[in-house]
Design a protein around this ligand. Structure first.
Ligand code: GCV
Length: 662
């Protein structure tokens, strides 16, 4: 066993009477999504319970003890479901096929978790309308920021359509994910041609597989496609020829791939083309495309990750953190209804700690989506364990004060605050063609967890982790206890032994792996810590770049002074002396020393807890995970020592506790 099916690697489990007695599944099998749900139940029962229920092509079975009935029922919320048991018969009802599919997977989850189905009565509905993955896969098979092998969508400029795609779709659907973008947002070379007839047939086949699992296929689009496909000499969004070109192009694309959901666009960012070339706004660019896809119900998801990546480190006025906000806030209300702005969780770039992006709470008249990253680009690259769901929960629970006092990011991206339906959450994916999908076996918790969180954000990070552990490794108290400890301590540990107090970066340039305190300090990317022998941090208060003032009150006021700023973000917002005293009574410098020693100790504890599982987990899986833990153990020491030594050498002030600093 290598976990080729991840958390769907079913094993025999002890189940209650009702589950054992199921012999038939009744469902309108003519609907391909419902058919998938019914077949999933059949397979799961066969493997988990040991009985293989027969499928019947009708949900009108009257009352039939020992059966499962999947049926459509009007009035339930979109993609939601109701499951109940009555006299030995289980019913899953929903108002759409996706709801039934999710209900079927919920039942399977109950089996895997060993829950009693007798008297089950639960109703669920997804909180986020769009629950999406963004793959950064290139058509040569490589993956930008990919840490689990190569792409399983592309190889040698061809699209792969095979069994792995089916398993992928099953995994996504079982976690509640309903959309995916398969190619990198940096659209170059052959990927620009994905909207030409060269790829339509394969795309269509792919989209049909996805559609059977309730997943809509999206593509990343090259903004300059009319030029790069050598058909026009401009991509000016206000040029009639360009607008006509896109309209004609989209007609052809949607006719050939009718299941397509729309497009994701990275424009005017990190060298990608965009409307700025023509002195046009991002609304001009997005709306041009939105008009072209509108007749087909298509969406344009436009990224707000726009900043100047040719900054001068000497310049203290320009602040990369401000740029997303400054570029988009003035456009609020000018985007067409089928445009969604996709906003990274923080203003920089998926650091281990960042404030929430100020566009959340800033924008009030625009569809918005939250972008997080489960590919652990800056959080250990799936070699270190780092369970990110607790971070995502903090982000979703952040109070923006855009409407009253209770309003959170979750309220905005779920559509509650502004009564929107075109919104949701996307994660930069962490999958590849590694046998276990995610390189590190424990990184699969982020993939599963992301989907579950998007569907049911009120679940706690612990609940999601426990679910994932049991689904993946079976019901065993010791496995549950130790893996839960590891997962729940992994993000705090990583934060402790890497860049301190919200300052971020301090990584090796380009690869973004491993410590290099000054790696980006004199570079062009706008990512500085400004440390000298007296202090550290970036002044983003009203006296500095003014970034803190982009938030609504009372957030702006709190961020604006070091005394009221949340300490975990102190160095993000302020330049302070090393002698600044934190609430713990420790100086900043001592805090840096202490947390770096603590982080490594926590890793040691995680590893020794993992060792207790030897003999309990399948050997191959145990060993390959242990290999990563051993690397993390060593690498966390490298982080600790480089950071501590850097600050010791800058300040000449020794650790109060006399520990070894080089
Ligand atoms: C896909 C960061 C990453 C890039 C990525 C970019 C983005 O800068 O390092 O690899 O490009 O974010 O989100 O567009």
């Amino acid at each position: 066993m290598g976990f080729e099916q991840a958390w769907l690697s079913y094993q025999r489990r002890e189940v209650c009477g009702i589950a054992e007695n199921i012999t038939g599944i009744y469902a309108p099998l003519q609907n391909p999504v419902i058919k998938s749900g019914a077949e999933e139940l059949q397979t799961a029962f066969a493997k988990i319970v040991g009985t293989r229920p027969v499928l019947y092509s009708d949900s009108e079975c009257g009352h039939n003890r020992g059966s499962i009935r999947l049926m459509m029922k009007e009035g339930l919320p979109t993609e939601g479901y109701h499951i109940f048991e009555e006299k030995g018969m289980i019913t899953v009802e929903a108002s759409d096929a996706n709801g039934i599919l999710y209900g079927a997977f919920e039942l399977i989850r109950c089996l895997q978790l060993g829950k009693n189905l007798e008297g089950i009565n639960l109703t669920k509905e997804p909180v986020m309308p769009l629950r999406m993955l963004n793959h950064w896969d290139n058509m040569d098979g490589s993956i930008e920021r990919g840490y689990s092998g190569n792409s399983f969508f592309f190889e040698n400029d061809e699209i792969l359509v095979n069994e792995r795609i089916v398993t992928y779709a099953r995994l996504l659907a079982s976690a509640g994910i309903n959309a995916t973008v398969i190619n990198n947002v940096n659209v170059k070379d052959s990927a620009t041609r994905l909207i030409t007839d060269q790829y339509f047939e394969s795309l269509n086949r792919l989209s049909e597989i996805f559609a059977r699992y309730g997943i809509r296929l999206f593509l990343s689009l090259n903004y300059a496609a009319p030029m790069e496909l050598l058909e026009l000499d401009s991509a000016d969004p206000l040029d009639d020829r360009v607008r006509a070109w896109w309209k004609a192009k989209m007609k052809v694309v949607f006719e050939a791939v009718p299941n397509l959901g729309g497009f994701l666009i990275k424009a005017d960012s990190e060298g990608r083309p965009g409307p700025f070339t023509y002195n046009r706004t991002h609304a001009d660019g997005a709306n041009m495309l939105a008009e072209a896809v509108k007749p087909y119900g298509g969406l344009i998801i436009w990224r707000c990750f726009v900043y100047n990546c040719r900054q001068d480190w000497r310049d203290r006025k320009t602040d990369r953190a401000r740029s997303g906000y400054d570029n988009f806030i003035g456009l609020d209300g000018t985007f067409l209804d089928n445009v969604i702005l996709q906003i990274k969780n923080g203003p920089m770039d998926f650091q281990v700690r960042e404030p929430v992006h100020p566009l959340f709470g800033g924008l009030t008249k625009t569809n918005q989506m939250l972008e997080v990253q489960i590919a652990q680009e800056y959080t250990g690259q799936q070699r270190h364990v780092c369970y990110l769901i607790p971070m995502f929960k903090e982000i979703l629970n952040f109070h923006t004060y855009v409407k009253g006092t209770d309003d959170t990011v979750q309220d905005i991206v779920s559509g509650r605050t502004f009564h929107q339906t075109k919104c949701g959450i996307a994660a930069v994916a962490n999958t590849g063609n590694d046998e276990n999908w995610t390189g590190h076996d424990l990184a699969a918790a982020n993939l599963y967890g992301f989907g579950r969180l998007a569907y049911e954000p009120d679940l706690t990070a612990e609940e999601i982790a426990e679910e994932w552990i049991t689904l993946t490794y079976g019901k065993d108290e010791e496995i549950r206890k130790e893996l839960l400890f590891i997962l729940m301590n992994s993000w705090p540990a990583y934060e402790k032994y890497t860049a301190p107090l919200g300052i971020g970066w301090m990584v090796n340039p380009n690869c973004h792996y491993g410590p290099s305190v000054d790696g980006y300090e004199y570079d062009r990317w706008g990512t500085y810590h400004r440390a000298d022998h007296l202090g550290i941090g970036v002044d983003r208060s009203h006296n500095g770049t003014g970034y803190a003032m982009l938030y609504r009150e009372p957030n702006a006021r709190a961020y604006d002074t070091p005394e009221t700023c949340p300490e975990e973000l102190l160095l993000f917002f302020h330049h302070v002396p090393y002698s600044f005293v934190l609430k713990s009574g420790r100086t900043i410098l001592q805090h840096i020393y202490d947390t770096h020693f603590e982080g490594v100790e926590l890793v040691d504890e995680m590893v020794s807890r993992y060792e207790r599982l030897k003999g309990k987990l399948p050997e191959r899986i145990y060993e390959r995970t242990m290999e990563r833990f051993l690397h993390q153990k060593e690498h966390s020491r490298e982080w600790r020592d480089q950071i501590n030594t850097y600050f010791y050498r800058k300040t000449g002030i020794a650790d109060e506790k006399g520990r070894r600093i080089y």
